[in-house]
Ligand binder design. Structure first.
Ligand SMILES: Cc1cc2nc3c(=O)[nH]c(=O)nc-3n(C[C@H](O)[C@H](O)[C@H](O)COP(=O)(O)OP(=O)(O)OC[C@H]3O[C@@H](n4cnc5c(N)ncnc54)[C@H](O)[C@@H]3O)c2cc1C
Length: 266
């Protein structure tokens, strides 16, 4: 922050981007001050000319592969949303699959490495390569380090976790929720009004195509699910997540082709 301020870059806290305008390129954003509940304070809108906008609303763990494998997930908003459930050896609900790092919740690179050590000890123990006492003795200092790191991470996450409900309240019918399929909030609102029995992420996806594009919902899913929560009054657990389909990331056909099955194309 000091570097930014020295360079003359204004730093504003408790401020949110309400709108981004421009046609075809970005030309201005509208900022508003937010109150203690995270809602914009009326009358504080201010337009700022600009040509680049970078937004950050927290990280989202990539749990698709674990979900495809059938691992149970739980909702943990400060940790990024859906995270993979696990026991004290980081074993998931699926026998033979353990997790470490981002899948257990966003917590930074160092915690990921420590969790990796604990998960590895658990695997060796389960394979019978470490007996119970030895595994427990080796795991003890790792668990202590993990507890210490988690205390710090929890404080940071609680402080900086995005206020999903407040962000959801900024959405207007014009807001693009799914960029790939160009689905706007108004489309989702109308779909839910026409089909009041809908209320899950998957159902809304089928009706509106939100989440069916190139990124397969990796960008829009959190925002769309929050919007469904806002409109229906349901919690994230009820709204759920898109079914995790393969491939989890855009894959060029060339990567799937065997040998030289595809000719060279630009
Ligand atoms: C922009 C950004 C800045 C960050 N800054 C910091 C920071 O300053 N300090 C900090 O502590 N943390 C930071 N983090 C978080 C940190 O990067 C993560 O906490 C950490 O990388 C988590 O480790 P991981 O092993 O769980 O996941 P990753 O490091 O993401 O490792 C997952 C690996 O799995 C591979 N993979 C994915 N799918 C497959 C597949 N199907 N088959 C085979 N391999 C696959 C990926 O290629 C990747 O190498 C930052 C993250 C981001 C995105």
């Amino acid at each position: 922050l000091r570097v930014l301020r020295r360079a003359g870059v204004p730093v504003r806290f408790a401020t949110v981007v309400r709108r981004a305008d421009g046609d075809p390129d970005l030309s201005a954003v509208t900022l508003a001050e937010v109150g203690p509940t995270g809602q914009p304070v009326p009358g504080t809108d201010r337009e700022v000319p600009c040509d680049v906008l970078a937004l950050g609303y927290g990280f989202v763990p990539s749990v698709e592969l674990a979900r495809q494998a059938g691992c149970a997930v739980t909702w943990d908003s400060p940790a990024g949303g859906w995270v993979v459930g696990h026991d004290e050896w980081l074993r998931t609900s699926v026998p033979g699959i353990a997790v470490a790092g981002e899948l257990t919740g966003v917590a930074g690179a160092e915690q990921a490495a420590v969790e990796g050590r604990l998960a590895a000890l658990g695997v060796l123990r389960d394979l019978g390569l470490l007996d119970e006492r030895r595994a427990a003795a080796l795991a003890d200092p790792v668990r202590r380090e993990l507890r210490r790191r988690r205390r710090f991470v929890t404080r940071v996450l609680d402080r900086f976790a995005p206020d999903r409900a407040a962000l959801g309240s900024l959405v207007t019918d014009d807001t693009v929720l799914c960029r790939c399929e160009e689905v706007r909030a108004g489309d989702v609102r109308r779909a839910l009004a026409a089909n009041p029995h809908l209320g899950t992420a998957n159902a809304v996806k089928l009706v509106t195509r939100a989440g069916m594009g190139l990124c397969q919902g990796r960008s829009c899913q959190p925002g769309l699910c929050q919007f469904i929560c806002t409109l229906t009054g349901r919690g994230p657990e009820e709204v759920g997540a898109f079914t995790a389909q393969a491939p989890v990331k855009p894959v060029p056909l060339r990567a799937l082709a065997v040998g030289d099955a595809l000719p060279d194309t630009p």
